[in-house]
Design a protein around this ligand. Structure first.
Ligand code: FES
Length: 242
């Protein structure tokens, strides 16, 4: 009898504000951490280069942290991402909190006025993010070489996981999927149609899980940087697995 009653007990309800509050905390924490990292001015040890500092750009006549030459691309790409837009509109601005709740603003300008009109740059920031991703793959390969010899350390695996997650996020982008085939009515009639169809088929499952890739890659970027900074500070040593 008790089992029967327990089976029909209503599920405990989750407060509506929990998800927006978590989103605000995580995204604000990420922005603060990224700013702090960029202000450090360095982020490498041995063959490991922090993803916040890749590619390493230095202009001697302009003495600012190398991170600032790079971060605008991935930061702009994430800030204008369709998924993150939904997340931060709903959590930071409660606009709207969910589908059934009306708009909180009297006048809705959408993304036709400053600053949100800048979100339309997303498709261009995609190209910049892909270039940065190429450098991150080079860094991930370098992370398997120590003094010219191949090896597998814990850091190497972290680099690999991070770049795979970033690739899943980048190639699952809505703009990339559109580039692959979203603007075609007929693949067999288009130039390079079969190849574009295969590419579209490959990126579509990534696109369906875009939110998961977005969060996982956000955490992995921070994890790699924290690992490097712990190594730099001598707080840990890099475990050699092979
Ligand atoms: Fe999220 Fe493009 S839509 S990265």
């Amino acid at each position: 009898m008790a089992d029967h009653a327990a089976a029909h007990a209503p599920a405990p309800s989750i407060p509506w504000w929990l998800q927006p509050a978590a989103t605000v905390n995580i995204l604000t924490g990420f922005v603060l951490y990224s700013t702090w990292v960029a202000l450090q001015g360095h982020g490498s040890i041995g063959s490991y280069l922090s993803p916040f500092y890749s590619p390493p750009v230095k202009i001697a006549s302009i003495p600012i942290s190398p991170a600032f030459w790079v971060l605008w691309a991935p930061a702009g790409f994430r800030a204008t991402c369709y998924y993150y837009r939904k997340a931060y509109y709903r959590s930071y601005f409660l606009d709207p909190v969910s589908c059934m709740i009306p708009e909180s603003r009297r006048r809705y300008a959408g993304e036709t006025a400053f600053p949100f009109i800048l979100n339309n740059l997303h498709r261009y920031l995609l190209y910049a993010a892909v270039i940065v991703l190429v450098f991150l793959w080079i860094d991930a390969i370098n992370a398997f070489f120590f003094n010219g010899r191949f090896g597998i350390h814990l850091g190497s695996l972290l680099f690999l996981v991070n770049v795979v997650l970033l690739s899943g996020y980048t190639f699952g982008c809505h703009a990339f999927r559109h580039l692959a085939g979203g603007n075609l009515d007929c693949y067999s009639c288009a130039r390079g149609g079969p190849a574009r169809f295969r590419l579209w088929q490959w990126v579509t499952p990534l696109n369906h899980q875009h939110a998961a890739w977005a969060w996982a890659s956000l955490f992995s970027v921070v994890a790699v940087d924290v690992y490097i900074r712990l190594l730099m500070g001598g707080a840990i040593s890099d475990a050699a697995l092979f």
